[in-house]
Each structure stands twice: as C-alpha cells, then as structure tokens.
Design a protein around this ligand. Structure first.
Ligand code: 26W
Length: 818
C-alpha cells in the first residue's frame, strides 16, 4: 500500500491480557452498543463481547488477504448454496485462544458467559450434511492457511424453526438477522448486477442477450478464523437489493407504492432457503437463487483476478472454482458467457479455461435429488445460458460421435438434455462435462457413482472421477462441543490433536487403563446429565442418565430409516410388557431432525415417533426401563449438546443410499459406539476402529440390489416374525393413536406392500444386534474400552485431511507462507 497518509495512520492492536479484554468489552458496550453497565440488556452484553472478539480477528484477516495477494497465490472459490456454520462466538474465542480469559472478564463484569453464548443466533443457512460439510471445510481451509473464499447466499430466513405441536412438526420462520448480525460486514463497494429473462437478439449476425430484469447482489463478509488464527478465511454471502432501475416507470408516473412493491419482489431472491433436502422441486425462484449467487460470485472473482493479472490466459493457474453439488452448476454457462460475451474470448479458448477451473462434488445418488430443469423454464429465465448449454451439448455429442461412432444409444444417454418426456437439462451431467475432477464423498459412494448414475460418463471421462472421503473439524466437534473430553485427552496425549487428529492414535494405549477408562466414563456421565437437563427443560421428559442413550439425529428421510429404529423401540416395549421381571438394560431412545415441509411420509414418521413416545413414557409398566424422546428443532447448536452425550450412534441407512454421513464421525469422535449398516463412511470408520468395535448389521449394497431384483416381498418378513407382526399390528390398529386409529394406515401399507428401503428385510438382524448392544453395555469397562478405541481411530476423519486431499489432487493450492 502506498498511501500519502500511511505514516500518520496509526491504530491500536487489541491485546489479550485480562485487563485489555475487560476494557475492550466495556468499550464496545459503551461506544458501539451505546449502553453502560446499568442499562445493558443481555443482548447488549452479547454484542459487546462479539465485537471484542471480532476485533481480535481483524488483523489476521487483513494479513491473510495481504499475504495471499503479495505472494500471488492461487485461490479456491467454494461455491455452495448452503453453509451451516453454527454459532461463532465460542469457536472464535477458542481460535484466538482467549475462551477462558473472556469467561473470566465476563465474570468480573457481572455477565453470565454461558447464558450469553446460548443467546447467539445459530445461522441455519443450510439443510443438513452438505451445508455443515461446507462449514467444516472453511474451518480447515483457514487452519491450513489455504487461500480461499466461500461464496453463498445471505438468506434473510434460514432453515425453518421446528416446533412440535400435538406430536406434529410445525414450521416457523427463522428470522436470524432480525436483531442484527454483528459478525458480518457489509461491503457495498462489491455490488454486481444480475440479470434475468428477456430474449436473445440475433438480428445483426451476433448474439445479444436483451435482459428484462435486474437485481443487485451486495456482498456481506464474515471472517472464518482458523485454529490459533493460523489464517482467516472469508465467507462472502450475497444479498439481493432492488436495482435503481427497478420500475423507474412507476416512479416517474408517481406510483411510489407500486414501485416499492416491485422493489420488494425483486429482493425476494435472497429471502428464504428452500427447506428441501434430497428432493428436487424445479421451482423458478430456486433457479433464480442459484443463478443470482453464482453470477455475483463469478463477476467478483473475475474482477479480483483482472485487478491483479493482465490476461485471462492464466486464470486456471490462479483460480479454482468448486461446485458443491449441482446447485451452483450455472457457474459453468455463466463463466462461458462472461468470457465470451463480456471479455470477448472465442468459444474454444473459453471452454478450455473452464475445464481447467471447475471441479464438482456429488453428494447423493438418490434419483429424486438429481437436479434437472425443464428446458422451457430455463430458457425463460436464462435465455443466453440455455443457448450456451445447447451449444456445449452439440460440441460434446459431436466429439463423442467421433470417439464412439457405433454406440448411438450412448449419445442419447449422456446428452445434457433428457429427451424422455418433457425436455429437461441434467445439471449433474453438465458439471461432469465441465470439471477436471468429479468426486464422491466416501469410498463406497465414489465407486457407486461411477457404476450407477455416472456409469456412461465414467467410460467417456475415466480420469476425472475420484474419491474424497468427508471429514469434520475437531475444533468444533471435540474441543468446543466436548470440553471435558478434550481436557481428559489433553492430560494423556497433549493437545496437538486439534491440528493433527491422527495423534488420537496414542489413546489406544490408554483404552484399558483403569483410571483413564474410568475418567472417560465420568465425562460421558456428565455430558449425559447436561443433555438430560436440557431435554427436561425443553420437553418435560425426564431421562435417567444411567440408562443407555441411544441417539439418532439427522434429517428425517425414509432412506435414513428412523422408522426401523422405531420398530425396534416398539418391539422392545412389547417384550418388556411380556416379560416385566427380566433384567432389562434401561434405555433412552433420542430422536431429533427436521422433515422437508412438503415431505408427507417424513412428517408422518415424526408424528409416529411422538405418538409412540407419548404411550411409552406414560406407561408405568416400563418406567425405568424405556423412554423415548423427540427433541425439537435440531440444529448445529443442539447437535453440540446431544452428540457428546450419546452412548450409541444410529447410522442405519439402507446400504448404498447414504453418500457418506458426517454425523457418524462426530459421534464416534465423542466416544459413542455405532450401530450401523455397511454404508457410506460407516465402512471406512469400521476399517479404522476395527469391525469388532462397532455393531454392523444388515444387507450390504449388492444384497440390497439382489433382494430387490428377486422381487422383494416385505409381507413375508411380517408373516414370519412374531415380534415384527406385533409391532406393525399395534401401529396399524391405533394403539399409539387411540383418538384416530387409522392414522398410520398409509404408512403401514407402504411398509407391507413396497418397503422401498428394506426396513423389514433388515429388522431381524437389527434387533439381534440391539441385543448385543445391551449385553456389552452391561460391561461398562469393556464398552468404554471400545468407545476409546473408536476415538483413537478417528484421526483420518478430520476435515483437515479431506481438505489437504482436495488442495493437492483437485485444486493445486499452496498455503500462505507467514
Ligand atoms: C435439490 C434438492 C437437494 C438439496 C440438497 C438435493 C440434494 C441435496 C444435498 C446433496 C443433500 C445432502 O446434504 N447430502 C448429504 O451430503 C453429506 C455431505 O457430503 C453426506 O455426508 C450425506 O451422506 C448426504 O446425504
């Protein structure tokens, strides 16, 4: 920087002594919030502390940007429709290294730190695994000092808040920004015009997009501090503002109110997150959202690149763009458009740049989750991009024809346009075509990807496909969520695992150490008490912390099989009633998770869980032996309390359906044993912790396929198993819904007549395996020894390992050098 005033531009860098911290908080309260110790509300204190923490990230944030610039380093831009960062404050204080000091400063100021941190909004800008993975990745990018920026949408309303009313899910808007968001910094100097609609004008030989509407994307930045402030990454979210041009007509006609209505309408594009996980709805607003954030992001990164570099030739050496599932796939035709229409490159040059810049992660094999857009809708909203997609497809198919001249059906099968029925654009195929790397998120999923949904494309582009098994950040999911366990681990093997998770290996030596084993049990007991208190407060249901905490928390979806878990619960209930004096191992079965608002079956499953809980919890005959609870409004901050308290982690998807899972990793890292199918990352967890230290059950992927191919008849299992028949009959006859006995008829019919996810086929093995769980839990030392071995085996599931692999094999990134 060479500014005339540089010499006299001086400022105070905040320091971290107890006194400095206390004064910072007081200063922020007085000069930023505008209150004092007499008048401050709890929120005022929270904001003062947030700002004091933010101040301590700023220097390193600026430094990260300056070094990246000075060292002229390649950057990755991680495009994701969703980010689920969770609360920031504790995470930031821990990254800075002042968590204890801040707690102490608060105590001196008379503020209750724990109560305040619990008031912080939990940004729900995502549905589930995909959004949370993006947040873990940013944490790792920052910790590893890799030049990066996350790009997404600043939704005014994130994932809905879930209330349970008479057993049913009720959705409420999540106005997380309403009280202000002290973490974000608006950057109105980075605003871009994003256009929609209109038509293509081909009149004078060329091709011009005559747009019909425009909206302005305004940048809001948040800092993502890495561990010990190794570096600070940026999350840049776009918010829609009406352009000045909006409805100028109406203004000029003096129709002020109508003009304002139009303004509101155009700002709708960043209003609300679609709460659908794994179902594709093809609504126009969703398409607009996808284009909105991708167009702003590309304009922004091209501006930055051209500021620093003369020629677009070097773009692939300096820029990697990652597409997180297909939701940002429009980045591909948008980059083509910008390069060709704005920067005047030829088609071949532009395409050659694209195919060296983009990479794409697939997160699901479920057919209904694969995005496709009807050609006519797409053309109405983005006529220029439709033209580019058609041209891309023509080039692609022509080239294929020369490579595979005799395989005519291949061209039809891999075409970007699905011509079966109404014509639709296959977004996943577009991503594969443009990306130099396509990855799945676990070993099994990556393999299935190349043998099922992308089988043809894997033959055409054999070198493109690879695997990057998911990971989780140990900073949030162990250090922050489970401080007691973190401290216990530190006391034996030191604190280096936060940065180098494979150091947990050293815990193997401690697994059978009586003192450590016992201390580990104590930590688990404390965490269970903490959860039991929370559940009692929120639901009124009192759990016995000595019972086995059996936990399934994740989105509610048929393929994740919460209903299989519930069939076990109902059977256990009946068995206890049939044999009340047996020595039952007390269990608390804990569920949490949201259902997409339009997903009928998932909502019905939530209702059944609550109905079953109601009957069981109020039946004195099973008191002390069995409890069931559905904890409302599952979100990151709730996960941080539930996961450390689990004894048993339920990962029971139909083999071949869960791409990876990341909850499975969080539970094992916190000392839960897993009951799970041979699916997703469960397989790799078993390889690491040893299959003897996990409860594996059920059909494997090949067997699932074979069972279906042989004409699966679920009713046969019903007929052959007394326990299963009893459980299903009681659900069907209204035993759990006495005021409306037929409530679950459709659900039961679906199970008996089709059972697409093979619950009944796996029921027998699942129940037998649950018996083995009880038997082991009676031996606390042995159970805990295995739990410790699980923790010890989790090293490779750090998102640091995942991100290092992305950086080396996909993005070709080098870290900043401080
Ligand atoms: C278009 C609707 C839609 C919305 C979200 C389709 C698909 C999605 C996501 C891809 C669903 C998702 O979150 N998938 C999860 O991604 C995690 C991170 O890789 C995996 O661990 C989970 O197994 C996978 O279900």
């Amino acid at each position: 920087m060479n500014h005339p005033a540089e010499k006299s531009f001086e400022f105070d860098h905040p320091t971290n002594t107890a006194l400095a911290l206390r004064r910072s908080i007081a200063n922020r309260l007085v000069y930023m919030v505008g209150k004092d110790v007499q008048s401050a509300t709890q929120r005022d204190w929270l904001f003062a502390i947030l700002h004091a923490a933010r101040d301590r990230i700023m220097d390193r944030w600026r430094e990260t940007r300056q070094i990246t610039h000075a060292q002229d380093l390649k950057r990755v831009y991680y495009l994701s429709m969703e980010f689920l960062p969770g609360r920031i404050l504790s995470n930031a204080l821990m990254a800075i290294g002042i968590l204890d000091e801040t707690r102490a400063a608060c105590a001196q100021l008379g503020a209750d730190f724990d109560k305040l941190t619990d008031m912080e909004a939990d940004p729900g800008l995502g549905n589930g695994g995909l959004g949370r993975l993006a947040a873990c990745f940013l944490d790792s990018l920052a910790t590893l000092g890799l030049p990066s920026m996350g790009y997404g949408i600043r939704f005014d309303y994130g994932m809905f808040a879930q209330r349970i009313v008479q057993g049913q899910q009720v959705e409420e808007p999540d106005g997380w920004l309403e009280a202000g968001n002290p973490w974000e910094i608006m950057r109105p100097e980075f605003s871009y015009k994003v256009c929609f609609g209109g038509r293509l004008d081909t009149s004078n030989g060329g091709l011009q997009w005559i747009e019909a509407e425009e909206v302005i994307a305004v940048a809001y930045d948040s800092a993502v501090p890495g561990h010990e402030l190794a570096s600070v990454a940026t999350l840049r979210l776009w918010s829609a503002r009406a352009s000045r041009a909006i409805n100028l007509d109406a203004f000029n006609r003096g129709d002020y109110i109508r003009a304002m209505e139009a303004k509101n309408a155009s700002e709708n594009v960043s209003r609300v997150l679609y709460p659908d996980d794994s179902t594709e709805h093809g609504r126009e607003l969703r398409l607009r959202q996808e284009y909105f954030f991708v167009s702003a992001s590309l304009q922004d990164l091209l501006r930055r690149f051209l500021r620093d570099h003369g020629s677009l030739e070097q773009l692939p050496e300096m820029v990697a763009i990652h597409i997180n599932d297909t939701h940002p796939a429009l980045a591909i035709p948008e980059l083509m458009r910008l390069l060709i229409d704005v920067h005047r490159l030829g088609w071949d040059k532009a395409w050659s740049l694209c195919t060296r810049i983009f990479s794409y992660t697939n997160h699901t094999l479920l057919q209904e989750a694969l995005e496709t857009w009807p050609v006519d809708l797409f053309g109405r909203v983005l006529p220029r991009h439709l033209r580019i997609v058609f041209d891309l497809n023509a080039h692609f198919l022509a080239e294929l024809h020369t490579r595979f001249p005799h395989d005519h059906d291949l061209l039809r099968r891999v075409s970007l346009i699905d011509e079966n029925g109404s014509r639709r654009i296959r977004m996943a195929y577009l991503c594969v075509l443009a990306s130099h790397r396509v990855n799945g998120v676990s070993a099994l999923h990556s393999e299935l990807m190349t043998t099922t949904i992308f089988a043809d494309l894997a033959r055409v582009f054999p070198d493109r496909f690879c695997n990057k098994t998911n990971g989780i950040t140990p900073r949030r999911w162990l250090a922050q969520a489970n401080p007691s366990l973190a401290e216990l681990i530190d006391s034996r093997i030191g604190n280096g695992w936060r940065r180098n998770l494979v150091e947990l290996e050293a815990l193997r030596a401690w697994a059978a150490d009586p003192e450590f084993n016992n201390a580990f049990q104590l930590v688990k007991a404390q965490n269970k008490q903490r959860l039991a208190d929370r559940i009692a407060r929120e639901t009124g249901i009192v759990l016995d912390p000595d019972s086995l905490f059996d936990v399934q928390v994740k989105r509610v979806h048929e393929y994740k099989r919460q209903l299989l878990n519930l069939l076990h619960v109902v059977t256990r209930y009946h068995r206890i009633l049939a044999n009340p004096s047996a020595n039952w191992m007390p269990r608390s079965v804990i569920f949490a998770g949201k259902a997409a608002s339009a997903y009928y079956m998932a909502k019905k499953i939530i209702r059944l869980i609550n109905d079953v809980a109601q009957v069981i919890n109020s039946d004195p005959r099973v008191d002390g032996k069995l409890k069931v609870v559905f904890v409302p409004n599952y979100r990151v901050s709730l996960a941080e309390v539930i996961i450390p308290a689990a004894d048993l982690s339920e990962q029971i998807s139909t083999a071949g359906t869960e791409a990876s899972g990341t909850g499975n990793m969080k539970f094992a890292l916190n000392g839960a044993l897993t009951i799970g199918t041979w699916d997703g990352a469960n397989i790799e967890i078993a390889e690491q912790v040893g299959p003897d230290n996990m409860f594996i059950f059920g059909l494997r992927t090949q067997e699932v396929a074979a069972t279906r191919a042989a004409g699966y008849r679920p009713r046969q299992h019903y007929e052959e198993s007394y326990d299963l028949r009893l459980a299903i009959d009681r659900i069907a006859d209204g035993s759990f819904s006495p005021t409306e006995p037929q409530r679950y008829h459709d659900l039961v019919a679906a199970l008996l007549d089709s059972d697409h996810y093979l619950l009944l086929a796996d029921y027998g093995d699942y129940l037998a395996t649950q018996d083995r769980v009880d038997a082991l839990y009676r031996r606390p030392f042995e159970w805990t020894r295995q739990a410790i071995l699980n923790v010890a085996g989790m090293g490779i599931f750090s998102s640091d390992r995942t991100i290092r692999e992305y950086a080396e094999d996909i993005w070709q990134l080098r870290p900043i050098n401080r």
